[in-house]
Design a protein around this ligand. Structure first.
Ligand SMILES: NC(=O)c1ccc[n+]([C@@H]2O[C@H](COP(=O)([O-])OP(=O)(O)OC[C@H]3O[C@@H](n4cnc5c(N)ncnc54)[C@H](OP(=O)(O)O)[C@@H]3O)[C@@H](O)[C@H]2O)c1
Length: 328
C-alpha cells in the first residue's frame, strides 16, 4: 500500500491557506494537523481544510508523533526558532522562503538537521515546477549555448500597512527576503553562486525595510540583473539570453506554467506549457514526499547548499547596504 504522508502546518496565515489546498490535492498527502498561536484560529483553519487535529501552540504540533513532516509558514524572523522546535521533536521540515534571516542561523539549522538525520528544505517552489525543469533541460542540452545575460524581475506593489509583515523589520520584512530571493535563486540555478562582482542600489524606507532594490551580478562571461520592490508593479518576466538562443518565461516567471525557446535569430522554436495541477505548490509537496520515501535528507531539486549559497549572496547585499535585522 502507498504510504500516506501526514503533514503538519505551522502558522495559519496567507500562504498556509494556499499550501493547505495543495496538500489536499496531492493523493498521498494528508493534511493531518495545523497549529496557530491562537487555538480559535487553528480550529478555523482545521475546519476549512479538513485537518484531523489542531493545536493552539506550535510546540504541541511539533510534539505530535503522528506527523511525518512540518511545513513552517511563519514570518522570516520566526523561522529559525520554529524550525529548531520541529528538529528538537525529531520532525522533518519544509520551511518557507526566505529560510532564515542570515547565513549563520541557516548554518546552525543545517547542522542540527544533519546531526539528527532529518529532512530539511526551503520551500522555493519555483525549482520544483515543470517549466523551470524544462528550461534547465534546454540549457543543459545546449539549446541556447553559453549564457550571456539573465533578467528576472519580481516586483509587487503593496499598499503600505504597518501591521503587514512585509513592512515590519522585526519580522524580517523587506523586498530582499520576500521578493529578491526568487530572482537570486533563479539566476544562481543557471549561472552558479560565484559572481565576480555584485552592484546594487537600495531604497530603505517606511518602518526601516528595503522597499525596493536593483541588483547587477557580474559573472565571468555574463551579467544577471533584477529589480524588486513593494512599490513597483512590473511584468515580472524572466529571460535567459545565450550565444545560440534565449529562454523566455512568461510574466510572474517564478510561478508561470509557460516558457518558450527562441533561436539566435529570434525565431520561435518551442513552447513548453505545463498547467498547474492545483495551484503550483503541489509540485514541491510531491518533491518532499519523493525525498522522504527515498530516505533522502535534502531535495535534489533544491539542495541545502543552494539555499545556503543564495543566503550568502543576500547577506553580502545587506552588508553592502549596511543593513541588519533586529538581533543580528
Ligand atoms: N511560497 C510562496 O509563494 C509564498 C508566498 C507568500 C509568502 N511566503 C512566505 O511564507 C511566510 C509567511 O508569509 P504569509 O504571507 O503567509 O504571512 P502572513 O499572512 O502574515 O502569515 C504569517 C503567519 O505566521 C504566524 N506568526 C507567527 N509568529 C508571528 C508573529 N510574530 N507575527 C505575525 N505572525 C506570526 C501567524 O500565524 P498564527 O497566528 O496562526 O500563529 C501568521 O498568520 C513568509 O516566510 C513568506 O516569505 C511564501
Amino acid at each position: 500500500m502507498e504510504k500516506i504522508f501526514n503533514w503538519g502546518i505551522m502558522a495559519t496565515g496567507k500562504i498556509a491557506h494556499t499550501f493547505a489546498k495543495a496538500v489536499n490535492y496531492v493523493p498521498d498527502a494528508k493534511l493531518y494537523a495545523c497549529a496557530s498561536r491562537n487555538s480559535q484560529k487553528a480550529k478555523q483553519f482545521a475546519d476549512e481544510f479538513g485537518a484531523e487535529k489542531f493545536y493552539g501552540s506550535y510546540e504541541e504540533l511539533a510534539a505530535d508523533p503522528e506527523i511525518d513532516v512540518i511545513y513552517v509558514a511563519s514570518p522570516m524572523s520566526c523561522h529559525y526558532e520554529n524550525v529548531k522546535l520541529c528538529f528538537e521533536h525529531g520532525k522533518n521540515v519544509l520551511c518557507e522562503k526566505s529560510i532564515t534571516l542570515n547565513v549563520s542561523r541557516l548554518e546552525e539549522l543545517i547542522s542540527i538537521a544533519k546531526a539528527k538525520d532529518l529532512f530539511f528544505m526551503e520551500a522555493m517552489w519555483t525549482k520544483c515546477l515543470p517549466v523551470f525543469l524544462k528550461a534547465k533541460q534546454w540549457f543543459d542540452d545546449g539549446k541556447i549555448g553559453k549564457i550571456k545575460a539573465i533578467r528576472a524581475d519580481f516586483s509587487n506593489a503593496v499598499e503600505f500597512d504597518p501591521q503587514d509583515r512585509l513592512f515590519r523589520p522585526e519580522l524580517g520584512g523587506g523586498a530582499l527576503l520576500d521578493l529578491s530571493v526568487y530572482p537570486i535563486s533563479f539566476i544562481t540555478a543557471f549561472l552558479g553562486f560565484e559572481p565576480q562582482e555584485i552592484n546594487s542600489s537600495v531604497n530603505i524606507a517606511g518602518l526601516g525595510v528595503d522597499m525596493d532594490e536593483a541588483v547587477i551580478m557580474k559573472y565571468k562571461d555574463a551579467y544577471a540583473s533584477f529589480v524588486s520592490g513593494f512599490d513597483i508593479d512590473n511584468e515580472n518576466r524572466a529571460v535567459i539570453v545565450g550565444t545560440d538562443g534565449r529562454i523566455a518565461f512568461d510574466p510572474w516567471f517564478f510561478c508561470t506554467d509557460t516558457v518558450r525557446l527562441y533561436d539566435k535569430n529570434n525565431r520561435f522554436v518551442e513552447e513548453s506549457k505545463t498547467p498547474h495541477l492545483c495551484n503550483g505548490y503541489e509540485f514541491e509537496i510531491m518533491e518532499v514526499q519523493n525525498c522522504l520515501a527515498a530516505g533522502l535528507k535534502e531535495s535534489r531539486l533544491n539542495p541545502l547548499s543552494d539555499t545556503l549559497n543564495n543566503m550568502k549572496i543576500m547577506d553580502s547585499l545587506r552588508r553592502s547596504w549596511n543593513f541588519s535585522y533586529e538581533g543580528e
